[in-house]
Ligand binder design. Structure first.
Ligand code: PLP
Length: 428
């Protein structure tokens, strides 16, 4: 059969990202997807499944949007790609940079484009070091990030990532990366110990995604912003998951009333219809980069400002606006959190539930309390019932993570909650 043929070819030739190679050799891929529509994915066996994580926290406008296919086709026929290196440019990327500036808070108005989140974060780390160097402080180069943070897998991004498992894939990390607990005191102590004049930037996700959907402590970012200002440390908000509406505001950090110096983004800017990411900087930083050292910017990717990806992003952002998806996030997000609280009341093996906008989690009985984490069993049950969801097991926490497409409606959310509840009941 076609499926058997694909499974054999997959095993022999394909290396899967963030995977277990041995399990894949033994079992083959669990899903071979063929189609997507709205919040649903269909696989080669004809199963129709709710995609409760928007695939990888990114298919925010849902699957199968023909408008994006049309815009990509149109742009490809006209000018699929040419570089914007040095003094070259083109309309889709100019229009996208101007549009992003309308979405961002404060005076964060200039964007450098990449192909994804990892590249965006590595770009930000190099940019802040360059910034301090040209301001005569080359020793300000350390990057501080939080434990359980996820910032990607490029060398800098891996080094900033605070989930230890991701450090096991390389024998040496990049130098000058430091980690803090999610308390203000931990940050203060680290600054005291290392010296503010050696620290370039602090980076954080507004709500940690891959680390288990962890909300910051009350007042955390307001305090962090103050500490950064007092110590001349730049604040980078990693908005790769939270950006473009997921938390119910344009950018996640706005939920906490704080304006960062730099935003990194990816995923939601195209809803996954084309690979694209970026770094947005404040006008103050932009001015320094232009004025000092004759403005040399020795950094860029072949696909920085890809014309087709830019056209797709513009259409995606138009859809988020026209369909008022951020308003939908605030309505259905509230329903999701209420649903999770109801699930907690029904199930004694649920420790706590949390969420902000359409990013949420159910933490199960501590992994350390039970012989085996139950998250993966619940995920398997949910699959039988027509729902794909993700189990996250880090730091003794056994968590189910949810980030459904921003287009999800209240009936579909009811279905999702019901299936999750039944699946938890089934593994009791
Ligand atoms: N930053 C955050 C917060 C992410 O969630 C991710 C990916 O999940 C990344 C960075 C890395 O992005 P990419 O996988 O596009 O390189």
């Amino acid at each position: 059969s076609l499926k058997e043929e694909l499974v054999e070819l997959d095993k022999k030739h394909l290396i899967h990202p963030t995977s277990n190679m041995k399990q894949l050799q033994e079992n083959g891929p669990t899903f071979i997807f063929t189609e997507g529509e709205g919040i649903y994915l269909k696989d080669i066996e004809g199963r129709k499944l709710i995609d409760s994580l928007s695939s990888l926290w990114n298919v925010n406008i849902g699957h199968g949007r023909k408008e994006l296919a049309e815009v990509a086709k149109e742009q490809m026929e006209k000018l699929a790609f040419t570089s914007i290196f040095n003094n070259w440019s083109h309309e889709p990327v100019i229009r996208l940079a101007a549009e992003v500036a309308k979405w961002t808070p404060g005076d964060l108005n200039a964007t450098f484009f990449t192909s994804g989140g990892s590249e965006s974060n590595d770009t930000a780390f190099k940019t802040v070091r360059h910034y301090w160097k040209i301001k005569g402080q080359p020793e300000k180069k350390k990057i501080i990030s939080r434990k359980l943070s996820y910032h990607g897998v490029a060398m800098g991004a891996t080094s900033a990532t605070g989930i230890e498992q991701f450090h096991t894939f390389t024998t040496s990390l990049a130098p000058d990366f430091h980690y803090v607990d999610s308390s203000v005191d931990s940050l203060k102590e680290l600054i005291e110990k290392e010296g503010a004049d050696t620290i370039a930037a602090f980076i954080s996700e507004p709500v940690q995604g891959s680390g288990g959907v962890n909300l910051p402590p009350e007042g955390y970012f307001q305090e962090v912003r103050k500490i950064c200002d007092e110590n001349n440390i730049l604040f980078i908000a990693d908005e790769v998951i939270c950006g473009f509406g997921r938390l119910g505001t344009n950018f996640g950090i706005e939920q906490f009333g704080v304006i960062p110096d730099i935003i990194t983004m990816a995923k939601g800017i195209t809803s996954g219809y084309a690979p694209l990411g970026g770094m947005v900087i404040s006008e103050r930083i932009q001015k320094e980069l232009i004025d000092k050292t004759e403005g040399n910017f020795w950094h860029g990717y072949t696909y920085s400002g890809h014309a087709t990806a830019a056209a797709v992003a513009l259409k995606n952002l138009e859809i988020i606006k026209n369909e008022k998806l951020i308003e939908n996030v605030n309505v259905v997000g509230k329903q999701m959190l209420e649903g999770f609280k109801w699930i907690q009341e029904q199930n004694s093996n649920v420790d706590n539930v949390r969420g902000m906008g359409l990013l949420g989690a159910i933490s199960l009985e501590k992994a350390s309390n039970s012989a085996e984490p139950i998250g993966p069993k619940i995920v398997a049950k949910a699959l039988e019932k027509g729902l794909i969801c993700r189990s996250v097991i880090y730091d003794g926490q056994d968590t189910l993570a949810f980030a459904p497409p921003l287009i999800i409606n209240t009936n579909q959310m009811e279905d999702m909650i019901a299936i999750v509840n039944e699946s938890i009941q089934a593994v009791k």
